[in-house]
Design a protein around this ligand. Structure first.
Ligand code: PDD
Length: 287
């Protein structure tokens, strides 16, 4: 079956889906995006992802490309047309197409919208979670508005490649004081030896992950406590467990940091319990 993408008002074959060379996303990374997981034919946490999209757009003074309810229908339609049961749906909004000039284009320039969907095997994610992933740390060299989910991801790209070159699956950005900020495309968590779940505050310096937000609901339901505070690389290496969260990884155990095993070097029971309960509690939109 051929893949379908949505590009500026049209559903087109994925192989021929294209944007203009003067799209500001292409030229300036002047755009924002969201990734929602699709699980068993449901789009997960769509409302929270669209809330965050609205915030990202607002911070950059980009208008909604279509009404929020129309965008919801497009997300569902792209998932349907691609017959995705398990995978992800990606949406990107840029400030639109205009003659190259750094300042904003004329106010009547229409924001550009692209939506794609792709399949992920649930087995691949499950076996990754059974094995756990390795993390390396890199200095945080990003700008200070990483709370906005922009397509300007070059530091994240370079960090992830550094992880890959080191045989790891994720890179954690660390600030000048040795505090772990977040992963290249995930939020970072530990479970202390006393069983307390710790993640840094999302007030600044990281993206407020939707999986992170929903995990607070999950922890609440399971009756476990989450402490919002920074932790160092050393504390994470000494922790009982570590894990990362994102729409594509749900809750993914971390079994080593810079080559040092975390806990007993195997995925922990707290991460497993959170992962197991996640989809019961997350919002599910039928696609
Ligand atoms: N990344 N931090 C960063 C820098 C991210 O890029 C992401 C998501 C997260 C987790 O956010 P959420 O739980 O809403 O997925 C944290 C997406 C999945 C990506 O870029 O593919």
């Amino acid at each position: 079956m051929s893949r379908i993408a949505y590009v500026n008002g049209r559903y087109v074959p994925h192989a021929r889906a294209a944007v203009h060379v003067e799209d500001r996303g292409y030229q300036f990374a002047d755009g924002v995006y969201e990734v929602c997981e699709v699980k068993h034919g449901f789009i997960i946490d769509m409302s929270r992802h669209l809330d965050r999209l609205g915030r990202s757009l607002g911070e950059l003074s980009i208008l909604w490309p279509v009404h929020r309810s129309a965008l919801q229908r497009i997300l569902v339609e792209v998932v349907r047309r691609n017959r995705i049961r398990n995978g992800l749906v990606y949406l990107q909004v840029t400030r639109g197409v205009a003659k190259r000039d750094h300042a904003f284009p004329a106010p009547d320039t229409r924001p550009a919208l692209v939506v794609t969907a792709s399949r992920m095997s649930p087995g691949t994610s499950a076996s990754m979670a059974e094995a756990g992933i390795a993390v390396v740390t890199v200095p945080d060299n990003r700008w200070d508005r990483v709370d906005i989910k922009t397509v300007g991801l070059l530091p994240n790209v370079l960090a992830r490649q550094e992880a890959k070159d080191a045989g790891a699956q994720e890179a954690w950005f660390v600030d000048a004081d040795g505090i772990v900020m977040e992963g290249s495309s995930t939020n970072a968590w530990i479970v202390t030896r006393d069983g307390v779940i710790v993640t840094r505050s999302a007030e600044y310096g990281i993206l407020r992950g939707i999986t992170r937000t929903t995990l607070f609901d999950v922890a609440d339901r399971l009756g476990v406590k989450i402490e919002e505070r920074g932790f160092t690389v050393a504390e994470a290496q000494e922790a009982r467990e570590a894990f990362v969260t994102s729409a594509t990884k749900t809750v993914m155990p971390v079994v080593s940091i810079n080559g040092r095993p975390v806990g007993n070097g195997h995925p922990g029971s707290v991460a497993a319990a959170l992962r197991a309960a996640f989809f019961d509690i997350a919002e599910k939109t039928d696609a």
